[in-house]
Design a protein around this ligand. Structure first.
Ligand SMILES: NC(=O)c1ccc[n+]([C@@H]2O[C@H](COP(=O)([O-])OP(=O)(O)OC[C@H]3O[C@@H](n4cnc5c(N)ncnc54)[C@H](OP(=O)(O)O)[C@@H]3O)[C@@H](O)[C@H]2O)c1
Length: 304
């Protein structure tokens, strides 16, 4: 966008939480110091139509192209419903480009899968196509998005949970999102169950809650004969994968198994967010979700 543009960039932040997270507004301050930023907290689904309508019309069909929406917050289900309402409310030529990253989940998942891809390529194992990817504790929003992105890359995905039905439910949602049967759900709570879940895996991504150790070195050594790459997104001790610290980058965790820790995933995640906001500014319409985040992630890792 040239600096001589007649319209100023405006970004409306809709957050489902009591307080708007300062994370994303602060992330754009230095990219677009002249942007007009408007924040709404505690946003409910029924609030959205009016806010969006009021954002669509005042700048006219040309000006609306410079108005953008970011949707965030901890309540992922509500965020998805808000995005649906935004889509239903807009119509040509009054469309607004929307970036969705509830609590950083989409950018984190994109960074985790991209890091796995980067290590596979670096160590001569090719890309994710037909690889087996096990997502430990993959029933949260980060695990779900990792499952979708891995499946979209042509991988076979195993999602684990402490409860079989939860794992199967998320696997089904992944399959529905991707449109092919690529994911399955398995129960993993004991070391043996985690072992079985990684037995055939080429890649293991740990997406458990903060401070939950999921995979020990003993289990990795005993069962992970095919594992080449491990990625952890939990930065809170103990980390999700034993032997993998948050700052580790391409660490040989055990012979032949290379890993990336949560802080290194986080560095890529932050770069993805910055690039996504730049993309948002250039994009006249459409929804930028975890797919867009992953496209940006792949471009970023290819430059390294
Ligand atoms: N760097 C960033 O900006 C960033 C952003 C977002 C997330 N993250 C990190 O990414 C990770 C995943 O985030 P998320 O929001 O998707 O996670 P989440 O929903 O809080 O948890 C993921 C899964 O962990 C399992 N779990 C919870 N407590 C457990 C326990 N005590 N023992 C074993 N398993 C347990 C649950 O699976 P089951 O109940 O099905 O077993 C849950 O669905 C977190 O560590 C988070 O800190 C980082």
């Amino acid at each position: 966008m040239s600096s001589s543009r007649p319209y100023k960039l405006a970004i409306i932040f809709l957050d489902t939480d009591k307080h708007v997270s300062p994370f994303e507004p602060l992330a754009v301050v230095d990219i677009f110091p002249d942007a007009f930023i408007l924040t709404y907290s505690n946003v409910d689904v029924e609030d959205v139509k009016k806010i969006v309508q009021d954002a669509m019309f005042p700048r006219g069909p040309k000006g609306v192209r410079y108005t953008k929406i970011f949707v965030g917050g901890s309540d992922v289900v509500k965020v998805n419903r808000i995005v649906e309402v935004i889509k239903q409310t807009m119509f040509p030529p009054f469309e607004i480009a929307v970036l969705v990253d509830p609590r950083g989940n989409n950018t984190t998942a994109a960074a985790a899968v991209a890091k796995a891809l980067q290590l596979l390529i670096k160590h001569g194992y090719g890309d994710l196509k037909d690889k087996k990817v096990t997502i430990l504790a993959g029933t949260g929003p980060v695990g779900f998005a990792c499952g979708v992105l891995s499946a979209l890359e042509g991988a076979y995905v195993t999602i684990t949970s402490r409860v079989l039905e939860r794992a199967q439910d998320v696997a089904q949602r992944v399959n529905k999102e991707v449109g092919v049967e690529r994911a399955r759900g398995v129960k993993a709570a004991s070391p043996e169950e985690f072992g079985k879940a990684i037995e055939e895996a080429d890649v293991v991504i740990a997406t458990g809650a903060p401070g939950v150790r999921l995979l020990t070195l003993d289990v990795l050594k005993q069962y992970g004969k095919n594992v080449k790459v491990v990625v952890d997104v939990n930065a809170v001790p103990p980390t999700g994968i034993e032997g993998l610290e948050p700052g580790d980058e391409d660490k040989e965790v055990i012979p032949g198994v290379y890993g990336v820790g949560a802080l290194r995933v986080g560095v890529l995640k932050n770069s993805i967010l910055v690039e996504l906001f730049k993309k948002l500014a250039e994009t006249p319409k459409g929804i930028l979700d975890y797919r867009a985040a992953y496209e940006v992630a792949k471009t970023l890792i290819s430059k390294k």
